[in-house]
Design a protein around this ligand. Structure first.
Ligand code: GDP
Ligand code: IMO
Ligand code: MG
Length: 432
């Protein structure tokens, strides 16, 4: 397998973890390039369910090497808890899980700031609905060049830098009217956790580039989704990193001209967690049906996901900004019971039809969907293993999504398990 980037084409939770797990069979390296433990990637292997937040989903396959790239923000305590869960699930990670020395640390004061800002935003009516994992504040510190990096743990002076940062953030928390953190307690917790992380902190940029130069296959695992990208998403209702394919280069140090293929993952419908406009959102029994059948509850915060019809404007935009070569379309089986299905093909803004995604959130909030309707297939698809096994109306639905978005479906997922995946002739030859 080549070097491939896998990204979410919607608002996250598209089923990236499952698709990464399927693709990992043929990859040697799996690298996360952005985000932190705000992600929640659920992977079912046999009867066992794993929920990964920070550790790449590739860890579940023996012998594969996983990287947390420089673009990530790493919560030391969260990382160790997750690692313990992975170990408890019978997975050995020794010698195959590495953290970039250039990755940022997301620390307890970032979490406190995240909570404080969200409360303030709520009062002002502009709450984002974050996961409260400290992601935004950690990236703020990175950008203002005061953040601590994993590599700082390896050199002298880390405890002093940490103490200074705790003190600075305590001042900020005071301004927000929030309790200050206990300086000594934070130091104790962070120093103990980072001490345990030390053996895993290396120069992953050299490691990955060497692997690419040797012709080894690398899969870049995106978290969140295109509409949550800090630049290209529905700003300000986004996360704080570049979730789109370009982030794979900046977030790992592997240059763009070494990345050969881009896979977009989309659900056969749309979901969103947190606040912000969502044109195809359903508030009726059909929305409830999708939520129920699709079990649409967040793996990180347990919040109910908002559900709606497939938005081809969003997916077309995702093809453009990521350079999606092919789709993995997931959760087709969730639509099995519907009489008819709707697809949003354009938006109506104050009587004007637009077919692109507006850059201003006010305009986006004013968009109402222009729908096209298709007949459902009204039969189970979970047992389907080939394109031909799928009911005719289901194939037509997928073909219409391909036409509207401008990218073919290489994978069609009909259940959460590895084998509940149809690989179509549109998938690249090396993974068919
Ligand atoms: P991610 O964040 O993109 O990895 O997605 P999540 O793991 O947050 O959410 C996707 C959920 O759908 C998980 O619980 C998966 O086990 C499940 N899932 C993935 N693919 C399918 C599918 O094709 N059908 C069904 N029914 N569930 C799926
Ligand atoms: P995966 O990788 C869905 C959302 C939050 C909130 C916004 C900002 O599982 O697809 P943050 O905590 O990042 O500052 O929150 O982004 N969000 C996600 N939504 N899936 C995710 O990850 C998400 N990660 C963050 O709900 O609206
Ligand atoms: Mg998720």
């Amino acid at each position: 397998m080549a070097t491939r980037v896998l990204i979410g084409g919607q608002w996250g939770d598209e089923g990236k973890g499952k698709i990464v797990d399927v693709l990992t069979e043929k990859a040697e390296w799996i690298a996360r390039f952005q985000g932190g433990n705000n992600a929640g990637h659920t992977v079912k292997v046999g009867d066992r369910k794993y929920v990964l937040h920070l550790i790449p989903s590739g860890i579940l396959r023996e012998g594969k090497t996983c990287i947390l790239g420089n673009g990530c923000v790493i919560d030391p305590a969260g990382f160790l808890t997750e690692l313990a869960e992975v170990h408890a699930g019978g997975i050995d990670t020794e010698g195959r899980l590495w953290i970039s020395d250039r990755a940022q640390l997301a620390l307890p004061y970032h979490k406190a700031m995240d909570g404080a800002r969200e409360s303030r935003h709520q009062e002002a009516g502009v709450k984002i609905g974050t996961t409260k994992r400290g992601i935004g504040p950690a990236y703020v510190d990175k950008m203002q060049r005061t953040g601590l990096r994993a590599g700082d743990v390896l050199v002298a002076g880390f405890a002093e830098k940490l103490r200074k940062n705790v003190q600075d953030h305590n001042q900020l928390l005071k301004i927000h009217g929030v309790d200050e953190l206990d300086e000594e307690a934070v130091l104790e917790e962070v120093l103990a956790a980072t001490e345990r992380m030390k053996p895993m902190i290396v120069d992953t940029t050299v490691m990955l580039n060497r692997a690419v130069a040797n012709g080894e296959s690398v899969l870049f695992e995106g978290a969140q989704g295109t509409m949550l990208d800090i630049d290209h998403g529905s700003y300000p209702f986004v996360t704080s990193s570049n979730t789109t394919s370009g982030g794979a280069a900046s977030g790992t140090g592997v240059p763009p001209n070494r990345i050969e293929d881009v896979i977009g993952v989309v659900k056969a419908y749309t979901t969103r967690v947190g606040e912000g406009p969502f044109p195809t959102e359903l508030f009726d029994a059909q929305g409830d049906e999708i939520a129920k059948v699709g079990d649409e509850f967040g793996a990180t915060t347990g919040r109910a996901r908002r559900c709606g019809w497939f938005d081809a404007v969003v997916a077309r935009y995702a093809v453009m900004v990521n350079g999606v070569n092919w789709w993995a379309i997931t959760k087709l089986d969730v639509l099995d019971g519907f009489e008819t299905l709707k697809i949003c093909v354009a938006y109506d803004v104050n009587g004007e039809r637009i077919e692109h995604l507006p850059g201003q959130i006010e305009t986006f909030a004013a968009c109402t969907p222009v729908y096209e309707e298709m007949p459902g297939w009204k039969c189970p698809t979970t047992q389907a293993r080939t394109w031909e096994d799928l009911p005719e109306n289901c194939r037509k639905y997928i073909q219409r999504l391909e036409e509207l978005t401008g990218a073919p479906a290489g994978f069609v997922s009909v259940g959460p398990k590895r084998d509940e995946t149809i690989i179509t002739p549109s998938a690249p030859a090396d993974i068919r």
